[in-house]
Design a protein around this ligand. Structure first.
Ligand code: DAH
Length: 331
């Protein structure tokens, strides 16, 4: 037997160093194939005497069995390695599944809208609403923008094919809610109206064709530009933090006189334009059945999406609407 021990050890060494099925088959044929030492030895048996032949044949068979076992074991080990690799690569990660079942939350815009409402409700305002499809009266005329007025062109309005041409439209701002509120409610009025607005803009990094604005309207006795500036300042500090300042810059809107744009301060000291505002134009008050001699008011309006984009430093406002969960989940 000992003369075969070297052969068995050699076979074990060759089997262990085989790294895959092909290498193992090669090694196997070297030790068990037709040209192997074992096969040669078997052929030599014929030359032996009968008694010796039986003895030697039995021994050869045992050696062959041992070597076969060596290769079988190695084959099984290699197979297991392959399976493990496959299991690893095809593994179903159940924690991923759990993650996809994670509870959702309100969209960033909705959160901002709720927050804005909270801040204004805290300042004594109520929340008003209006339809997204408007008529020219509410979107323009009552707001002191007659059909010949050049400002109509600034609104890039999306018209609806109903009634006479350019009579029905998707509202291009939330200002028509001012008109609806004044029509339905006697002063004093303190309302904010958040909602969706629409323009023919193509979506780009700073524009969306469907966007969100929030409108503010105050009508009371003895209201001045100082009340407007103070309200904007209080809102800005409640929303952004006490270190943020606001300022008004003269501007023009048909529905306010005087009109202004308001900016907020950035940490680097520069100013960022947030929205428009002004003292409600006397024509707008009269259009809504309110006597401008008796009542005064201010109004303001700004984009919620832009506010969010600046607050969270989004490079591209479209992030808000493409519904990529990886983006939305961060907020
Ligand atoms: N409606 C204006 C716009 O969409 C914003 C605006 C400006 C609203 C002045 C106001 C205001 O209430 O007083 O561009």
């Amino acid at each position: 037997m000992s003369e075969y021990q070297k052969l068995i050890d050699g076979a074990r060494g060759a089997a262990e160093s085989s790294q895959n099925a092909d290498e193992l088959a090669l090694a196997r044929s070297e030790f068990l194939g037709k040209k192997s030492l074992l096969s040669e030895a078997k052929k030599g048996l014929g030359k032996l005497e009968e008694v010796q032949r039986a003895e030697a044949g039995k021994e050869l068979n045992e050696v062959r069995n041992l070597i076969e076992e060596v290769f079988e074991q190695r084959e099984a080990a290699l197979q297991e390695e392959t399976w493990n690799l496959q299991f690893e690569s095809e593994r179903l990660d159940l924690s991923e599944r759990l993650e996809s079942l994670r509870r959702g939350h309100l969209h960033l815009i909705t959160q901002a809208r709720d927050h804005l409402e909270d801040v204004f409700v805290g300042m004594g305002f109520t929340v008003a609403e209006g339809p997204e499809v408007e008529t020219a009266w509410y979107n323009f005329e009552a707001l002191n923008i007659p059909d010949w007025h050049p400002a109509r062109g600034n609104f890039d309005t999306i018209f609806v094919n109903l009634g006479s041409p350019e009579e029905v439209m998707l509202r291009s701002h939330t200002s028509p809610v001012q008109v609806r509120t004044m029509e339905n409610q006697q002063p004093p009025i303190y309302v904010v109206a958040p909602g969706r607005t629409f323009r023919t803009d193509n979506a780009d990094a700073t524009h969306l064709p469907a966007f969100n604005q929030i409108e503010g309207l105050v009508v009371d006795k003895g209201i001045t530009m100082g009340d407007l500036a103070g309200t904007i300042d209080s809102f800005v500090q409640a929303f952004f933090g006490s270190e943020v300042k606001s300022r008004l810059r003269p501007s023009y809107f048909p529905f306010t006189e005087p009109s202004a744009e308001f900016d907020i301060s950035r940490p680097d000291g520069s100013w960022l334009e947030l929205g428009g505002c002004g003292m409600v134009h006397p024509n707008v008050l009269s259009n809504c059945g309110i006597d401008p001699e008796e009542w005064q008011g201010f109004a303001f309006g700004f984009g919620i999406d832009r506010l969010v984009a600046m607050r969270f430093q989004l490079d591209d406002i479209r992030e808000l609407v493409v519904n990529d969960a990886r983006f939305l989940r961060q907020f």
